[in-house]
Design a protein around this ligand. Structure first.
Ligand code: HEC
Ligand code: HEC
Ligand code: HEC
Ligand code: HEC
Ligand code: HEC
Length: 312
């Protein structure tokens, strides 16, 4: 018997039934049982007070509505369930009640990675909420449902805690009392009183966790959506490209946490070099048809981004 087991034995059988801080790998708060609980755990509004500018930038980005999307994402998740998962003979899903976290991870791996901290009830609540939102006619109710879907997002703590440490054997596992960035020390936020170092936060690999390389082979049924990080790694870098995602999307663009693409003028300006050369001439095909006017337009487009466009 190890010393831990001895202590537990001494404390009696009841201790075995309680969440045990000695045995827990980190200060894990257990699974969230509702959308509201999961949203509260990853709520970004408490960060606004002190990081106002960053909050406002983030709020305008698609990361702030990663389940709703433009709002094309939420309905597409339903399509994936109805036209995909429910029709696959071995998925175990015939009706909405059969849906589990594992099934939604097909999309949530990147659109809501913290779903792995929720019960299967939350997966079913998400599907029910999106379906209700798609059917709702009443404006007030529609708004409330939309807000509920939006409350599930890639907020500050998804990047600065959950996904912040990539090489966990070297850098450790993220702790719920810590925000990770470039510094180590005390953090003024009473709910997250510590700052820790995330060595790869400023590097492309950090964004690559969700921006995809190809099929997600670790899933029982690999899905494929974003693959842009693959083109960054295997086309841009070998061609001599050396800027990171953060260099272009956060710094050069001046957009900071409002990470954008073609919807932003700043990004469009950086996107391509385009040369157009046009000429017109007349061509006599045969006497009967007469003179045919012809135009020749030569367009050369050079992709200056660090990856394929479009993606996703
Ligand atoms: C590998 C991570 C990953 C997975 C898995 C994934 N997505 Fe995506 N998805 C993204 C990223 C990143 C973007 C946005 C960036 C882009 O366009 O490249 C995106 C964009 C989208 C868009 C367009 C966004 C919009 O608002 O119009 C839709 C729709 C979408 N995903 C639906 C899904 C659905 C449905 C699934 C599950 C079947 C899924 N995705 C699985 C990462 C992923
Ligand atoms: C999609 C991931 C992502 C999200 C979401 C995100 N951040 Fe960041 N944040 C980063 C990255 C990456 C950097 C580092 C940039 C670098 O070093 O090149 C950073 C840097 C920072 C910094 C330090 C540098 C600075 O700009 O002052 C603070 C503070 C910060 N983030 C706070 C927040 C807060 C607060 C939120 C929520 C409102 C948030 N972040 C949401 C990825 C994210
Ligand atoms: C009461 C004020 C306060 C609140 C609330 C707060 N922060 Fe901070 N945070 C700070 C201050 C001040 C610093 C900068 C410390 C420094 O630069 O020396 C900081 C630093 C950080 C850093 C490290 C940035 C770096 O330099 O790399 C991150 C990441 C961060 N905060 C994220 C968050 C997140 C996420 C939340 C919400 C969960 C949050 N903060 C809430 C005050 C706050
Ligand atoms: C936790 C997963 C995750 C991380 C980490 C992440 N993203 Fe995203 N990102 C997404 C998803 C999901 C979307 C699409 C949301 C939607 O519309 O459905 C997205 C959207 C975007 C978009 C907008 C694309 C468009 O079509 O307008 C840009 C730009 C972007 N991300 C850049 C970045 C950069 C740069 C980083 C790293 C600093 C990063 N992201 C880190 C998941 C992530
Ligand atoms: C050299 C600068 C540069 C680098 C490096 C770069 N991007 Fe981009 N990216 C851009 C520009 C400019 C656009 C806007 C082009 C457009 O969408 O029309 C863009 C567009 C995007 C889009 C939207 C694609 C779409 O469907 O239109 C996403 C998502 C994105 N970038 C994410 C990333 C991520 C993640 C990385 C790092 C792996 C990265 N970018 C590296 C400049 C860059």
């Amino acid at each position: 018997m190890s010393w831990k087991e001895r202590i537990i034995a001494l404390l009696g059988g009841v201790a075995l039934l309680l969440p045990n801080p000695i045995l827990a790998k980190s200060s894990s708060p257990g699974k969230a049982k509702t959308i509201a609980e999961l949203a509260a755990r990853y709520d970004s509004t408490s960060c606004k007070e002190c990081h106002e500018e960053i909050y406002e930038e983030w709020e305008n980005s698609l990361h702030a509505r990663s389940m709703l999307g433009t709002p094309r994402t939420a309905p597409t998740i339903i399509t994936a369930i109805e036209k995909g998962i429910k029709r696959f003979p071995y998925s175990g899903v015939k009706k909405d009640e059969d849906i589990t976290v594992k099934h939604l991870m097909f999309c949530a791996k990147c659109h809501l990675p913290q779903l792995d901290e929720a019960t299967d009830d939350v997966a079913r609540e998400i599907v029910a909420t999106i379906k209700a939102w798609m059917k709702e006619d009443d404006d007030d109710k529609l708004e409330a449902l939309e807000a509920k879907i939006e409350s599930l997002n890639i907020g500050c703590l998804v990047c600065h805690q959950k996904k912040a440490l990539i090489h966990k054997w070297a850098d450790g596992y993220p702790q719920s009392d810590t925000v990770y960035g470039s510094q180590v020390g005390e953090h003024e936020d009473e709910n997250h009183p510590k700052m820790g170092k995330a060595p790869a936060l400023g590097e492309a690999i950090f964004c690559g966790q969700c921006h995809g390389q190809g099929p997600n082979f670790e899933l029982d049924h690999p899905s494929q959506c974003a693959t842009l990080y693959g083109s960054y790694l295997f086309a841009y870098i070998p061609e001599g490209g050396h800027e990171s995602c953060q260099d272009c999307h956060m710094k050069k663009s001046g957009l900071g946490h409002d990470m954008q693409a073609y919807r932003s003028e700043e990004m469009v300006k950086m996107a391509l070099d385009c040369e157009v050369d046009a000429q017109s001439y007349f061509w006599r095909k045969n006497k009967k048809e007469g003179v045919i006017p012809m135009g020749l337009v030569r367009v050369e487009i050079f992709n200056k981004t660090g990856h394929v466009v479009p993606d996703g």
